[in-house]
Design a protein around this ligand. Structure first.
Ligand SMILES: Cc1cc2nc3c(=O)[nH]c(=O)nc-3n(C[C@H](O)[C@H](O)[C@H](O)COP(=O)(O)O)c2cc1C
Length: 300
């Protein structure tokens, strides 16, 4: 009863590994799959290798972490070799990043044979100029990318949105109009900062970074809730989901499935099995027969 279909792709349960956390190699993706993830999303990768920022790239804050990794990745050619080694027993989602519609489409075309779905990361709050949230803050630019990628590939295309906008619903609606098949909400919040009080310097090399973890869950839920009322495409909820209760909240707000990121740093890969077994018991107790029955329940 945990099974769902996302854009006609079957998942054994509604939990997914979120992009950027342990999704950089075939062995870490396979580890998440063995640990019970219903699907896995890769770390975002681009056309060319990107070193990202020097350390420190992450720092703990109350209720989560700040990260400014700077989208470090080995580029599509190297990443393709990793993807060839990934266990295909669950859906594999490639998260891709680029600076133009042309670049996104080139990567999408090259990676499509190795994956089931593609997630467009137009929402990183700490990427180098041109690669990050600035794209996802512009509905026209985002739509141009979606249209171009949809012309290039046949697999479902997901757009991952940033909460760092005045009106996330506007970007969600325009992405849907451009033809996306699903939306992932939300990427990390901010950017935010911490200062070392001994040296009086910002702690992160990049000075600021995206906030993730339990602290952003209320923002994620609000984004999912508002966007659910305005779109027809399925929503993948992400942001602070740490246990089955958080997953239920996201599903009731309107998410069809959920991604788990920072919680892996707190709980390890066991988090996937914990969420699935908690969800199953909750559904039994409340007499829900399917996840679909629960999606958007907070709106009725
Ligand atoms: C260390 C780290 C790296 C991340 N890298 C990416 C990335 O490469 N691409 C992306 O779309 N999101 C990335 N994210 C954002 C997560 O996928 C997720 O949207 C965000 O962390 C909120 O979920 P969480 O609170 O469960 O971590 C990253 C997050 C963290 C903490």
């Amino acid at each position: 009863m945990l099974e769902i279909e996302l854009c006609k792709v079957k998942m054994r349960n509604p939990s997914m590994l979120a992009s950027g956390i342990m999704g950089t190699t075939a062995s870490s993706l396979n580890w998440a799959i063995r640990s019970g993830a219903g699907a896995v999303v890769t770390k975002s990768f681009g056309l060319e290798p990107n070193e990202g920022y020097p350390n420190p790239t992450t720092i703990e804050v109350t209720g989560g972490i700040l990260n400014a990794i700077g989208l470090s990745n080995p580029g599509v050619d190297e990443f393709s070799k990793e993807l060839e080694k990934v266990d295909k027993s669950v859906p594999i989602i490639a998260s891709i990043v680029g600076a133009s519609a042309e670049e996104f489409s080139q990567i999408a075309g090259r990676i499509e044979p190795l994956v089931d779905l593609i997630e467009l990361n137009v929402s990183c709050p700490h990427a180098q100029e041109g690669l990050g949230a600035s794209i996802g803050q512009d509905p026209l630019f985002t739509s141009e990318i979606v249209k171009s990628v949809k012309k290039t590939v046949n697999c479902p295309v997901i757009v991952k949105l940033t909460p760092n906008v005045t009106d996330i619903v506007e970007i969600a609606v325009s992405s849907q109009m451009a033809g996306c098949d699903a939306l992932t909400l939300i990427n990390s919040l901010g950017p935010g900062m911490r200062i070392d009080i001994d040296t009086a310097n910002p702690i992160l090399y990049n000075k600021s970074g995206g906030l993730s973890g339990p602290a952003i869950k209320p923002i994620a839920l609000r984004c999912i809730y508002d966007v659910y009322e305005a779109v027809k495409v399925p929503i993948i909820g992400v942001g602070g989901i740490t246990d089955y209760r958080d997953a239920v909240e996201a599903i009731f707000a309107g998410a069809k499935c959920v991604q788990i990121g920072t919680a892996i740093m707190y709980k390890g890969m066991d988090v996937f099995k914990d969420i699935s077994s908690g969800l199953e018991k909750f559904m039994f107790k409340k007499e829900y027969e399917s996840i679909d029955e629960m999606v958007g329940k907070a709106h009725s």
